[in-house]
Design a protein around this ligand. Structure first.
Ligand code: CMC
Length: 431
C-alpha cells in the first residue's frame, strides 16, 4: 500500500519527511511546519498560489470544477432558498439556524443597527467627496473607540462578547454606509427602523427622506439579499487572509475587519466591481462594441475587469447566478442598460477567444454585480462597499477561527532577502 501520509524531500544528500495533511474534501498538503527547523531551508511561493496558510471549516472551493460551498452547503442552494442574514449566521456559527436562533440573531442585528450619535462628527470631518471605501475603513476601525467593551485585544478572543461584537459589526456597517452616502450629498441622515429587515432597512436608510419612506420593491430586496449572500465568504482571498493575519496578532474584531476593508478596495480584488462598470462605460463612450477592447486586452494594454480568478479556472459559480439574476432584475424593473449588452458581448467574444480560453479566464462575481447595483441606484463608487457589507460574515467567521482557536500563533511569513550584503556606514561628507 503506497504511503499517502508522508512525502519526502531530498536536498544536499539528506532526506526530509513531510507529513501530508488531507482535508475533508480530499485536498492534500505537504506540511512544512518543521521544515526550516530541520533543514534550515524555507519554501518560496510569491503570491501564495500554492500555499495553505491555515486549516478552516468555513468555505470550500474547487476552482477547477467551479464549486463553492459555505459550511458544506452549495452556493446555488443558498442563493435559491436562503437570504443574507440566515447565510451570515451559517457562515459565522457553522450551522443553519433553527427558527429561534434565526429570530434571536435578527433581533441582535436590529438592536445594534444605530451608530453612536457622536460618530456623526467623524463623518463631518471628512471631505464630502471622500471615497466611501476610505470612509468605511476608518469608521469600522473607529467602532473600537465607541464600543471599547467589544474591542479587547486578546489572543484568546472574548467569548462572552463575541455575539454582540459580530452583530454590532454586521449591523452597523450598513448604517455607516448609508450615512456616508447621505452626508456626501448633503442629505439628512435617515435612522434605521426596527420593523424592517436587513436589506430593506439598508435601502430605507439610503433612499428614504424625512417625509417619504422608500418602499423597497420585493425584486430589489431579493437582488440585494442575493448580492450580499454571494459575497458572504470566499475562503483565503486577499482581504480575508489580511483579516486573519491581523487577528493573529490578537487584534480585536473591528481592527481586523477594517484591515479587510483596505485589502478589499484594490481593483484586482473587491474594487473590480467598480472597475468593471468604469470599463463598460468607457467602451460605451468610445462607441466600441467590445471588440477593440478585447484586442487591446490580448496585447496587455488593458485588462478585462471582472474576468479571471486566482482560484477559479472554470466559470465562477457566483457569476453564473448573478448573470441570470441581473437579466431578471433589469427585465422586472423595465430597465434597458446598454452596459449589459456590452458585457454580454465581451463575455461571448472572450469565451470564444483562445487568449482567454487557454488562460482559463472566465467571468467572476464582479462582472455582472455592478450592473445590478446600478439598476438599484447604488452609486458606482459604493459598489465595493456593498461587497464589504456582504463579506463581513466571512471576516467575522475567520477572525473567530483565529482568535478563538485556543492555540494563538502569530502569522509571520519569511522572505528571501535580495538586498545588499553587509556594507559599512559612510559619513555624509564622504559620500
Ligand atoms: N484580462 C486579461 N488578461 C488577464 C486577465 C484579465 N482580466 N486576468 C488574467 N489575465 C492574464 C494575465 O495577463 C496572464 O497572462 P500571461 O500568462 O500571458 O502573463 C494570465 O492571464 C494569468 O494571470 P495572472 O495575473 O497571473 O493571474 P492571477 O491569478 O495572479 O490574477 C486576477 C487573478 C483576478 C487578479 C486577474 O485575473 C485579474 O486581474 N482580473 C481582473 C480583475 C478582477 O476581475 N478581479 C476580481 C476577482 S473576483 C473577486 C474577488 O474575489 O476578489
Amino acid at each position: 500500500m503506497p504511503d499517502t501520509k508522508t512525502a519526502s524531500l531530498q536536498f544536499l544528500g539528506k532526506q526530509y519527511n513531510l507529513p501530508v495533511r488531507i482535508g475533508t474534501e480530499g485536498e492534500a498538503a505537504f506540511d512544512i511546519t518543521r521544515l526550516r527547523e530541520q533543514s534550515g531551508v524555507i519554501t518560496f511561493d510569491e503570491g501564495y498560489g500554492n500555499t495553505g496558510s491555515c486549516e478552516s471549516t468555513v468555505t470550500y472551493i474547487d476552482g477547477e470544477k467551479g464549486i463553492l460551498r459555505y459550511r458544506g452547503y452549495p452556493i446555488e442552494q443558498l442563493a435559491e432558498h436562503s437570504h443574507f442574514v440566515e447565510t451570515a449566521y451559517l457562515v459565522i456559527y457553522g450551522k443553519l439556524p433553527s427558527p429561534v436562533e434565526r429570530a434571536k440573531f435578527s433581533d441582535l442585528l436590529t438592536e445594534h443597527a444605530a451608530i453612536h450619535e457622536r460618530m456623526v462628527y467623524l463623518f463631518e470631518s471628512y471631505p464630502r467627496d471622500a471615497h466611501p471605501m476610505a470612509l468605511l475603513g476608518a469608521m469600522v476601525n473607529a467602532l473600537a473607540c465607541y464600543y471599547p467593551h467589544l474591542a479587547t485585544n486578546t489572543h484568546f478572543g472574548d467569548k462572552d462578547n463575541f455575539d454582540e461584537a459580530a452583530a454590532t459589526l454586521i449591523s452597523k456597517v450598513r448604517t455607516i454606509t448609508a450615512m456616508a452616502y447621505r452626508m456626501s450629498r448633503g442629505l439628512p441622515v435617515i435612522y434605521p427602523r426596527r420593523t424592517l429587515k436587513y436589506c430593506e432597512n439598508f435601502l430605507h436608510m439610503m433612499f428614504s427622506d424625512p417625509y417619504d419612506h422608500y418602499e423597497c420593491p420585493p425584486v430589489v430586496s431579493r437582488a440585494m439579499n442575493l448580492i450580499l449572500l454571494l459575497h458572504a465568504d470566499h475562503e483565503q482571498n486577499c482581504s480575508t487572509a489580511t483579516v486573519r493575519m491581523v487577528a493573529s496578532s490578537g487584534a480585536n474584531l473591528f481592527a481586523s475587519a477594517a484591515s479587510g476593508v483596505c485589502a478589499l478596495w484594490g481593483p484586482f480584488h473587491g474594487g473590480a466591481n467598480q472597475a468593471v462598470i468604469e470599463m463598460l462605460q468607457a467602451i460605451h463612450a468610445d462607441g466600441d462594441d467590445g471588440t477593440r477592447f478585447i484586442a487591446e486586452a490580448k496585447l496587455g494594454k488593458n485588462r478585462l475587469m471582472g474576468f479571471g480568478h486566482r482560484i477559479y479556472k472554470n466559470y465562477d459559480p457566483r457569476a453564473k447566478i448573478i448573470g441570470k439574476a441581473c437579466e431578471e432584475l433589469l427585465q422586472t424593473l423595465g430597465i434597458k442598460d446598454p452596459l449589459l449588452d456590452i458585457a454580454r458581448r465581451l463575455e461571448y467574444v472572450a469565451l470564444n477567444d483562445s487568449y482567454f480560453v487557454d488562460r482559463k479566464l472566465y467571468p467572476n462575481v464582479d462582472f455582472y454585480s455592478g450592473i445590478m447595483m446600478r439598476a438599484m441606484n447604488i452609486p458606482v463608487n459604493m459598489f465595493t462597499v456593498l461587497f464589504a457589507i456582504g463579506r463581513m460574515p466571512g471576516w467575522v467567521a475567520h477572525w473567530r477561527e483565529v482568535a478563538m482557536s485556543g492555540r494563538p500563533r502569530i502569522y509571520r511569513p519569511r522572505q528571501i532577502y535580495t538586498g545588499s550584503v553587509k556594507r559599512d556606514y559612510v559619513p555624509i561628507e564622504q559620500r
